[in-house]
Design a protein around this ligand. Structure first.
Ligand SMILES: [Zn+2]
Length: 377
């Protein structure tokens, strides 16, 4: 349902603005069976920016089904290792103890990496009752899936033992805006954090950010390490400012700057459709690669069907015999993609271009071309 006047999921205030409106969209998590003709249920998909605390968030609540866990790009695995190594080297972690990790529907875990730094895994759900964990981690984009952002951060904060640290890692709003990644906006992803907004949210639950790092994943992924404000944690102000200052300069708390996302929507979707119409007219066959959540709104806004995009290949077994939500475009296996001998393969997840090329050399051997059709283009 469309909520006429949203209230902030973090600070509960009601002053704010719609900064991005993608209209009515199907769930990007439920890939219908290929023999289910639809129509698929549609939900409003809008980003609202709180004028009080600066948190960008989904304006509306939609009860979307559980997502199908896809195969994780190697870039995510590599980034986790980078994050743990850099933060450990900077002395941002306590000297071992218990580590509690809040899970993510995207999968992935910091726990095996943290074991090398003296941390023993403890269940996150029981951590608060058992005196807390020295390190509490939300490192795999978990907290953005929580409709009640304030409650979610309080739960994470409560799991931290005295003297412990809380790590939160997120895809930065700055990367989304500067990279025109408007299709990062998705049902089920309730919050889109700028670093200043996340710092404010952590302060509200009694935590002070001690250090920050920015990584290139997704155009900008930020990891923050925070300690209890009442314990006066040592703060690496230079490291925090290095991440915060560019975001403030880019206007990440202002609706005019964040609202620039809206202008990129028709440009991206319109040019994708024009390109596919031209390819079809030239008798060339175009397929997609990666039946990713972020491709769903793009395919709908570009008004694509199987006549323009013959199929989208995906390696995940859970997505086979299904179709792209809101369209008749089938999801196929990588083997079927190779057998189709496509002229062009559009890769909807930029992080996957390299590994897709390497895994399917037959595409280029048969004269096909890989094209990066990820966000921001
Ligand atoms: Zn707010």
């Amino acid at each position: 349902m469309v909520i006429a006047s949203p209230a902030c999921r973090s600070c509960h205030r009601t002053d704010g603005d719609i900064v991005l409106d993608l209209g009515a969209q199907p769930s990007s998590e439920l890939f219908p069976k290929i023999d289910d003709p639809g129509p698929d249920e549609l939900y409003p998909l809008r980003m609202w920016l709180c004028a009080n605390c600066g948190l960008a968030q989904l304006a509306d609540d939609a009860d979307v089904p559980e997502e199908v866990v896809g195969s994780e790009p190697a870039a995510l695995t590599a980034q986790r290792a980078d994050a743990v190594r850099e933060l450990a080297a900077a002395g941002a972690f306590p000297a071992g103890g218990r580590a509690a990790e809040f899970p993510s529907p995207h999968g992935g875990s910091w726990l095996p990496l943290l074991a090398d730094h003296g941390f023993t895994a403890t269940p996150y759900a029981a951590a608060a009752e058992q005196g807390g964990a020295e390190l509490v981690v939300d490192g795999c984009f978990g907290v953005m899936h929580e409709p009640d952002q304030d409650a979610a951060l309080r739960e994470r904060a409560a799991a931290v033992a005295p003297g412990g640290r809380l790590v939160v890692q997120f895809h930065s709003l700055h990367a989304i805006v500067s990279g025109a990644q408007w299709n990062a906006l998705r049902l089920g992803h309730y919050a889109y954090y700028s670093t200043p907004a996340m710092i404010t949210m952590l302060e509200r639950v009694g935590f002070t950010v001690a250090t920050a790092r920015r990584f290139p994943l997704y155009g900008g992924t930020v990891a923050l390490v925070a300690g209890r404000t009442s314990e006066s944690p040592a703060v690496d102000a230079a490291a925090v400012d290095a991440v915060v200052a560019p975001e403030l300069a880019a206007g990440m708390l202002r609706r005019s700057a964040v609202g620039a996302l809206q202008h990129s929507v028709q440009r991206t979707a319109g040019s994708l459709r024009e390109m596919l119409v031209a390819q079809r007219a030239a008798g060339r066959r175009v397929y997609g690669y990666a039946a990713a959540s972020r491709a769903v709104s793009l395919l709908r806004l570009a008004d694509l069907d199987a006549g323009l995009l013959a199929g989208v290949a995906d390696a995940s077994p859970g997505k086979q015999d299904r179709r792209m939500p809101g369209t008749d475009i089938p999801i196929i296996t990588p083997q079927e993609l190779v057998a189709a001998q496509p002229d062009v393969v559009l890769v909807f997840v930029s992080e996957l271009v390299g590994e897709a090329r390497a895994a399917l050399p037959e595409i280029e051997r048969h004269g096909g071309t890989w094209v990066d059709a990820g966000a921001g283009r």
